[in-house]
Design a protein around this ligand. Structure first.
Ligand code: PGA
Length: 245
C-alpha cells in the first residue's frame, strides 16, 4: 500500500495568528485515514509542532541546506528542522529552483541531508509551459527525476511531487489525461529503479472543487497544495476528498 498524503505548503505566508488554522484543521480531522502534513515557514515550525502535538497533523519545512551545519547565513539544516519538530521537508520546489537557482544536483544533495536527518524528503519536479508546448514534458521530468532522486531513496523517506510550473498559483491545471500520463510515466521510471511504491503527489492549483477528480487518477497518491492550504476551510475538503478516493 502506497502512502496517501495531503500536504500543504504555506510558502512565505503566516505569522503566529495563522496557527489557529492548524488547530481548526486538526479539529476537523481528528483521525484521518490519510497522512496530513503542513509545511510551514521556518519561524512557525516549533510553535506549530507544539500546537499540533497529539493531533494527526504533521509539520514540515519548505527547504533545507545540504550541509549538516556551518557558515551558511540564513540557511537551515535538516537536523534543525527535526529539532523544531518537523517530520518532512520539501526540496526542489520550482520557486526555489527559479528564485535560488537550485539545480537537480542541489536538490539531490538536500534530499540526502533530509533523509539522513530522518525527515521525509518531498522532491518536486515539473515542466514549464514552454517545455510542455515544445512537447518535452516527459524528457524534462526524466532529467529532473534522475538528477534529484538520490540513491538511498525509498518509500519511507521520499515522496515525489509532480508540479507543472505553469499550474502553480495560476488556477490552471493540466487535464486529467495529462496528469494520468505523467504520473503513469513517473511510476514506470520509479519502478525501473525498484521504487514503484514511492508516493507521487500532484501539485498545482489543487482545490476542494477539483481534488476528487485528480485523486481518482490511479497513480496520484495525494497532493501538494499551496494557496488552498492556508486556511482549514479550504484545505479540509481536499483532505476529505483524498480520504474518499
Ligand atoms: P498552488 O501551489 O496550490 O498555490 O498552485 C502549489 C505548490 O506550489 O506546491
Amino acid at each position: 500500500m502506497r502512502k496517501r498524503l495531503a500536504a500543504g505548503n504555506w510558502k512565505m505566508n503566516g505569522t503566529s495568528g495563522s496557527l489557529s488554522e492548524l488547530e481548526a484543521l486538526a479539529a476537523a480531522h481528528p483521525a484521518p485515514s490519510v497522512e496530513v502534513l503542513i509545511c510551514l515557514p521556518a519561524t512557525l515550525i516549533e510553535r506549530a509542532s507544539r500546537r499540533a502535538e497529539g493531533s494527526a497533523i504533521a509539520i514540515g519545512g519548505q527547504d533545507c541546506h545540504a550541509a549538516a551545519s556551518g557558515a551558511h547565513t540564513g540557511d537551515i539544516a535538516a537536523t534543525m528542522l527535526v529539532d523544531a519538530g518537523a517530520s518532512a521537508v520539501i526540496v526542489g520546489h520550482s520557486e526555489r529552483r527559479t528564485d535560488h537557482a537550485e539545480t537537480s544536483a542541489h536538490v539531490a544533495a538536500k534530499a540526502i541531508a533530509a533523509q539522513s536527518a530522518g525527515l521525509t524528503a518531498i522532491i518536486c519536479i515539473g515542466e514549464t509551459l514552454q517545455e510542455r508546448e515544445a512537447g518535452t514534458t516527459l524528457s524534462v521530468l526524466d532529467d529532473q527525476l534522475a538528477g534529484s532522486l538520490p540513491d538511498g531513496a525509498d518509500a519511507g523517506n521520499t515522496v515525489i511531487a509532480y508540479e507543472p510550473v505553469w499550474a502553480i498559483g495560476t488556477g490552471l491545471t493540466p487535464t486529467i489525461d495529462q496528469i494520468d500520463e505523467v504520473h503513469r510515466h513517473l511510476r514506470a521510471r520509479l519502478a525501473a529503479r525498484g521504487l514503484a511504491d514511492i508516493a507521487i503527489l500532484y501539485g498545482g492549483s489543487v482545490k476542494g472543487s477539483n481534488a476528487a477528480e485528480i485523486f481518482a487518477v490511479e497513480d496520484v497518491d495525494g497532493a501538494l497544495v499551496g494557496g488552498a492550504s492556508l486556511t482549514a476551510a479550504d484545505f479540509s475538503p481536499i483532505v476529505t476528498a483524498l480520504e474518499a478516493s
